[in-house]
Design a protein. Sequence first.
Length: 166
Amino acid sequence: MNTKDIQLLYKYNSWANVKILDATANITEEQFTAPADHPHNDLRHALTHALFAEWLWRKRWTGDSPKTPFLSEDFPTFAALRSRWAEEENALNDFVSSLTDEKLHSTFQYKTMKGETHENILWQVMAHVVNHGTQHRSEAAAILTELGYSPGDIDLIVFLREQSHV
């Protein structure tokens, strides 16, 4: 893995997040918090979890080990969630843009929210974060599709074709 590869993955991650958030902008606030038969119970919980994971890992990569998760109640409206996500997107893009190949292959230490200490190679965890986001975007896409607002294809290959990489 090199900086060019990880930057491409994070451009995909941003693109896929935008597709989900743009589709979510079409639903009502009631639909945003309505119970759904999915692991995170509703769209707001699923999106809050995805945002939290991106924020948490970025903080860990920069030497912080947060102890408190985001709660869906922190985002009473979709507009509040989208606004916070835009802030995180900027911070995450700044971090990704600053990487070197050497940094990508270095290890970093962090503590889990339970206080357990771990050490991982940066690029591997960065790839994990994109993969984790894919899972939760898929859950959000399923909810949105059930509500009649499919975000469309969010596959990596679709992104690559749109970007003329394949």
